[in-house]
Design a protein around this ligand. Sequence first.
Ligand SMILES: [Zn+2]
Length: 173
Amino acid sequence: MNLLNLAILSYALAYTPEELSNFAQQSEFDTYDGIHVRYFGNSSEESRKIQDYIDHANDVFWAFTGYDHSELCKSQDVDVLDITLEEINNRSSMRWVSWHIFSHKVYGLYRPTYAYRERAEIFISHDVTISEKQRAYLVAHELSHYWQDMLCRDQSEDDADAFGRWFMHLSDD
Ligand SMILES: [Zn+2]
């Protein structure tokens, strides 16, 4: 199979957000640098909270991390999919994930952009066992991966974790 066929096959296998979950809430907004965000979730209250986390995390990311805005190599819009813990760990619907690298459940995921996809994807999960603080952490952690992608850098788990923890403490009060 040549590369072109592979790309077409990947495109055909891509799902629409609606196929992943029953989203009762969908909203759209612009955040840092005019980036367009589509949020797929379950309530307008959660939608507002996640939008606040995203706006705040984007501002502090550029103000306080060592990453340099002038080094951005691309600008892509992003979908945020707020799904259940069970859905995010469903290996048959989340076929694109390299599951062999995870020995535990996942709570958030970042799906990088490729030539055939115009939008990046951030997955965050919700469950009775996930606190609001942990949700703030997940948003910041996955946003950090998004910016690493937009900077054409290697994905750094350490940086994403450090930023997530820091943002979670900022959002404490
Ligand atoms: Zn990560």
